[in-house]
Design a protein around this ligand. Structure first.
Ligand code: DX5
Ligand code: ZN
Length: 215
């Protein structure tokens, strides 16, 4: 069964506590938190302070997606804020192995995100050292974008790479996931579905999460 990680970027921040409560009562597996710096991506979201508040509302793992340059400067603050999984972008890390080691040494599980224009083969060397790949199926920076159809072939390629190495690395899909496209995404080999707008803007978010889980 798929894991589901709702992205709080699409939540109502005036009612953040209620939104977290809703996720706790739902079948959601992880909380996904998107950190944007206005440099690596054009948009700015929120920082460790919000992660810390969210952390206090839940026992579910917090999956923190750093869309920032020089992520090594912020690994410690996000650890203090309570991140369980810390995701860095391959495009933002000239020495990716060093970032991954830093995250692990701080007691978090490292993950690596890959943007749509970066070749999947670039992940080859880092796969044995990470907990999951955050596969971007949209250009990072904004919620509510359309799933890029070419992603399906790339997910298959990544699945094959992981399986050939007999690794347990999970593949999570980030961007444009809907109830309609979830089954094709899972059939391509994904393990975790991130969903922002699909969950938070639906009439019944808990039921939408349940539907994604049942896919
Ligand atoms: C985009 C973020 C995503 C975003 C997904 O840069 O990394 O996590 O919140 O949002 P939806 O599911 O609305 O496309
Ligand atoms: Zn994300």
């Amino acid at each position: 069964m798929a894991l589901v990680a709702p992205s709080l970027l699409a939540a109502n921040f005036l009612k953040l506590e209620d939104e977290c409560k809703m996720l706790n009562e739902s079948e959601a597996d992880w909380f996904h938190l998107d950190i944007m710096d206005g440099v690596f991506v054009p948009n700015i979201s929120f920082g460790p302070m919000i992660v810390e508040f969210v952390r206090k509302t839940t026992k579910k793992p917090c999956d923190v997606h750093l869309m920032i340059v020089e992520p090594e400067k912020y690994a410690e603050p996000f650890k203090r804020a309570g991140a369980d999984y810390l995701i860095v972008h391959i495009e933002a890390c000239p020495d990716l192995k060093k970032n991954v080691e830093q995250i692990r040494s701080l007691g978090m599980k490292p993950a690596v995100a890959i943007s749509p224009d970066t070749p999947i083969a670039d992940l080859n060397d880092i796969l044995p050292y990470i907990h999951h790949v955050c596969f971007m199926s949209v250009y990072p920076g904004y919620g509510g974008q359309k799933f890029i159809p070419q992603s399906i072939e790339r997910i298959k390629q990544l699945r094959k790479m992981i399986d050939e190495k007999e690794l347990k690395v999970l593949i999570e899909i980030d961007g444009g996931v809907t109830v309609e496209n979830a089954s094709a995404i899972l059939a391509a080999g994904a393990d975790v579905l991130i969903a922002g707008v699909t969950v938070f803007k639906s009439a019944d978010p808990k039921e939408t999460i349940a539907q994604l889980k049942r896919t």
